[in-house]
Write a protein that binds this ligand. Structure first.
Ligand SMILES: Nc1ncnc2c1ncn2[C@@H]1O[C@H](COP(=O)(O)OP(=O)(O)O)[C@@H](O)[C@H]1O
Ligand SMILES: [Mg+2]
Length: 418
């Protein structure tokens, strides 16, 4: 046998735990699906249809619910001769402006007719919009245009102004566009420009985070398919559901956790997935996330983190910003790096707070000391040192901090203690 041997002990079929897997049914979203259905109903009745906007954090089932509704809508439309329906789907994940979204839409519409793609640059915005109207008009009937993760376009929201008005402005005359916008960001709507808000008559459907019971019910049919009989101990699915519910309420997170637990089990050549495997998987995923957050920091960010890690290793936390800044200056000195102002350092600290790396307390000591901030790590020192150690410039400093921490017996605690 070679290095890779087919392993079938744990997983019967890993597909249901994959991001792209489409489940047979959408669970625990009866209310939302009912609203969704009511919002789409006018299409079948050949009545004017409002645009629809879905809001909810990532992993709350917006995409899967939309795929589900559209496939039912398409199936039903076939039964009515006088309903001429097409759908077009664009994921705006990597698109940051209305221009790019319009190009993507044109190309998606052209693809369906085997026409050549247009270039993503070089046209004026108006020209791309014209091409879009042309393609839409050629289709005719009702075209449901799904703009998934539309919040990525930020303030560049012209397309949400142009499309709903295309007909009243005479840009198109045979087609009725219906926009389904999906956003992970609740604030997206508030931040739309006033002219868009006025034009975009819309129905809104909110997708709240899932609780543990809902996540359990979403996980169960997948777990059933993905694992061989008897591989999962009883606690595994409930625990994955509980972890994800506590953290984000995201089905995506719950599914990832279950898969990671299975993979860890498989890597250990073990035959049953246990509660412990889930806890290890949770640590692993959390660590990956923090790692990513930390690795994306700049050198200055790393220097600030390094200073805070030093105080942590000395058991001098929480540390006041003034003392932390002093330490930061010595870190820069050792690194032979330029230092920035105390104010900039505070900006870096607040970024790290946002990333969940550190905690900040505001203290108010009255007239004597005034108001000040105190900082400490919100993640294990060991994890920080691992990252610093893998950043060549910080290797030496992280070794120093590590031995300081060892002297103070401060390195045993791992992420699992959280
Ligand atoms: N109600 C649900 N029933 C079944 N699977 C779900 C449900 N909600 C989410 N999922 C699954 O969870 C993952 C994330 O859902 P998705 O629809 O992509 O979330 P969003 O688009 O809100 O980020 C997908 O694999 C999806 O199939
Ligand atoms: Mg989605």
């Amino acid at each position: 046998m070679g290095m890779f041997e087919r392993d079938r002990q744990v997983f019967a079929d890993a597909e249901p735990l994959d991001d792209s897997y489409e489940p047979e049914d959408v669970r625990e979203r009866d209310e939302e699906l009912e609203k969704y259905q009511r919002a789409l109903q006018p299409i079948i009745d050949n009545r004017p249809t409002s645009n629809i906007f879905l809001y909810g954090k990532t992993g709350t089932g917006k995409t899967v619910a939309t795929k589900y509704m559209l496939s039912h809508l398409e199936n039903s439309a076939v039964g009515y001769d006088d309903v001429d329906l097409s759908t077009v789907w664009v994921s705006c994940e990597n698109l940051s402006s209305s221009y790019q979204v319009a190009v993507a839409l044109v190309n998606e519409l052209r693809k369906n007719q085997n026409k050549d793609r247009i270039s993503t640059t070089g046209y004026s915005q108006q020209r791309v919009f014209d091409l879009l109207y042309e393609e839409l008009d050629a289709l005719g009937g009702t075209v449901v245009i799904v703009l998934d993760e539309i919040d990525n376009i930020g303030h560049s929201d012209d397309i949400l102004y142009g499309l709903p008005r295309a007909r009243s402005n005479g840009y198109v005359d045979t087609v009725r566009p219906v926009i389904v916008g999906i956003s992970n960001d609740f604030k997206f709507r508030d931040n739309l420009s006033p002219k868009v808000k006025d034009t975009l008559a819309e129905k809104e459907i909110l997708f709240p985070p899932y609780d543990a019971n809902q996540l359990r019910s979403i996980l169960e049919p997948r777990a059933e398919k993905a694992f061989h009989d008897g591989v999962l101990t009883d606690d595994v699915v409930p625990l994955c559901a509980a972890f994800a519910a506590q953290d984000t309420g995201s089905a995506r997170q719950a599914i990832r956790l279950l898969r990671e637990a299975g993979e860890l089990t498989q890597a250990k050549d073990s035959e049953t997935v246990t509660e412990e495997n889930v806890r290890d998987a949770q640590d692993e995923l959390e660590k990956n996330q923090l790692y990513q957050g930390m690795q994306e920091l700049t050198t200055q960010g790393h220097a600030v983190l390094c200073a805070l890690a030093y105080h942590q290793a000395l058991d001098e936390v929480p540390v006041r910003s003034r003392d932390l800044y002093e330490r930061y200056l010595t870190v820069c000195d050792r690194l032979d790096a330029d230092s920035v102002s105390e104010r900039r350092v505070r900006d870096h600290l607040s970024d790290m707070h946002m990333l969940g790396l550190i905690s900040v307390n505001e203290r108010n000591e009255g007239l004597s000391a005034g108001r000040y901030h105190e900082y400490e790590l919100d993640i294990p020192l060991k994890t920080v040192l691992d990252v610093l150690n893998s950043t060549s410039r910080f290797e030496e400093l992280s070794d120093i901090i590590k031995s300081t921490a060892d002297d103070n017996n401060l390195l045993q605690s791992g992420i699992s203690d959280y």
